[in-house]
Design a protein around this ligand. Sequence first.
Ligand code: TYD
Length: 151
Amino acid sequence: MAIEQTLLLIKPDGAARRLTGLTIDRLDASGLEMVAAKMVSVSEKMAREHYQALSDKPFFEGLIKYIRGEFHGIKDHRVLALVYRGEGAIRKVRDVAGATNPEQAAPGTIRGSFGRITTSGQFENVIHASSDPADAAREVALWFRKDEILP
Ligand code: TYD
């Protein structure tokens, strides 16, 4: 398996519900290496760029509000961004996360245990994990400068 890098975000519901430590603990157990970490104040521009592929979806505007912490009272729009590296890192982090839809996520995954769908239809699924090598490369470069990532 190839050595990959992938982006993980603790989303505002994850922070509000105190799931940061648990998520990092699960990823520690997966054997991947954390090679970058920082708190980011997510601007409107950053949020729209991160989710650019979904800009035509009906849930897009809600998604922008959600990632900026507007549904969870997150001060300064802050999100914890992490980069994990290792063999098959993209798949391994997605396995810890579980499926996008919390109702379909396997029990025991982060999203399966803690995600929810709100009455307005917004998925609150606790963490973001890059979905494939192209997305991972784009997202890591969007959230981190090269000199913020361990060599
Ligand atoms: P997507 O990139 O399809 O999934 P993933 O985050 O697993 O890579 O979608 C991005 C986010 O958009 C997803 O984490 C939650 C939200 N979302 C909804 O609120 N409703 C939906 O029907 C979908 C597909 C996604």
